[in-house]
Design a protein around this ligand. Structure first.
Ligand code: F6R
Length: 363
């Protein structure tokens, strides 16, 4: 039942504050991670974990890419790969490596095959971040860490993605503890997560403004999404959402790669979307965007109060000040809404995009 919403995708976008709270429920309390809730088998595996290999497809792969930035920040090495490539590569597994699969459905054929093949590869064990309790990935992994997004019907994944990021952030805090995280640092990270549902609500209130932005996309054939650091995978996810439901060709690039090729594509017909929070890479991104402006590219920016954009002609939406740890989650929301409103204007089938299936159980 879609309730008051025109599409399941929109309903699922608006369910995010609630399902993020669900995913945090019983796992954090008063500035502490409640690790006992992970189960003894999981904590025992985390004790042995020195490195993490993440394997997933599509949107779930993008969640894994964000987690890589988080894990490496606390000193845990991490590799991330799409399952369809990982499977056919001769992988060298570092000592103490934990295999993490990420999947909404738990039935994605390549991800499942990657898990099955991993038994012979020397991992210390396998953990799945998954949304469907009775799924194959849950049954066949050593341990699971469930997202609690509820049933996701829209083919374009939204609430599954943000709850995957929440789950991965919780796992990161658990691993960080083993790397000497102080109680004060833990409290900061946990409090960021605690306030996340409210932050997402605030972004959802900007929907009308995003709808207006979307008007500039409906006659476009291409779009470029830029980001640096953990916002690069956020850009990748934004581009995937736009292409799958609006059929506009969208590509994501690390902003620093612009002058190594894609800048040649930029002219007045090319919208360039960028998440631009106040973070250590801000100045670098601004200088990349300056190059886009100099070629007449139209800029669509998502930023916060602290950022002085200082460019000519751009559209921007200012998000409330947010926390660095959870910012990639918060900045994913306006990109979901942008894709949704562009698709709506183009009149495409938002919930059932052509050629796509919700669960890819064939290779
Ligand atoms: C994109 C999308 C797909 C899935 C991918 C993996 O919106 O939904 O890219 O993310 O097919 O599916 P799961 O997460 O079920 O393994």
């Amino acid at each position: 039942d879609k309730g008051p919403y025109a599409h399941y995708m929109l309903k699922e976008i608006y369910e995010q504050p609630g399902v993020i709270s669900e995913t945090l429920e019983g796992r954090i309390h008063k500035g502490r991670l409640l690790e006992a809730s992970f189960g003894h088998e999981t904590t025992a595996l985390l004790d042995k974990t020195k490195h993490v290999q993440i394997v997933a497809c599509g949107t779930s792969y993008h969640a894994g890419l964000v987690a890589k930035y988080w894990l490496e920040e606390v000193g845990v090495g991490c590799s991330v790969e799409v399952a369809s490539e990982y499977r056919y590569r001769k992988v060298v597994v570092p000592e103490g490596s934990l295999l993490i699969t990420i999947s909404q459905s738990g039935e994605t054929a390549d991800t499942l095959a990657a898990l099955r093949d991993s038994c012979s590869k020397g991992y210390i064990g396998s953990l799945t971040v998954c949304n469907v309790p009775e799924s194959s990935l849950v049954r066949e992994s050593d341990v699971c860490f469930m997202t609690r997004a509820g049933t996701e019907i829209g083919v374009a994944s939204t609430k599954a993605f943000t709850t995957q990021l929440v789950a991965l952030r919780l796992l990161m805090i658990a691993l960080a503890r083993r790397k000497g995280l102080t109680p004060e640092e833990e409290e900061t990270m946990v409090n960021e997560l605690h306030s996340l549902p409210r932050q997402v609500e605030v972004v959802l209130e900007l929907a009308d403004k995003i709808q207006i932005m979307a008007e500039d996309f409906s006659d476009k054939h291409n779009a470029l999404f830029l980001g640096r650091g953990a916002f690069y995978p956020v850009a990748m996810e934004g581009a995937l959402k736009l292409k799958e439901i609006s059929y506009i060709h969208a590509e994501a690039y690390p902003a620093g790669e612009l002058k190594h090729g894609p800048l040649a594509l930029v002219d007045e017909t090319m919208p360039v979307v960028c998440a631009l929070p106040d973070d250590p890479l801000l100045e670098k991104v601004l200088s990349n965007l300056q190059e886009v402006r100099a070629r007449g590219g139209e800029l669509f920016l998502f930023s916060d109060h602290k950022v002085n954009i200082g460019l000519d002609r751009y559209q921007s939406l200012t998000l409330a000040d947010i926390y660095p740890g959870t910012a990639p989650i918060v900045y994913s929301i306006p990109l979901q809404l942008l894709a949704y409103h562009v698709a709506l204007l183009k009149g495409t089938d938002v919930d059932q995009p052509r050629n796509l299936a919700k669960s890819v159980t064939v290779e």
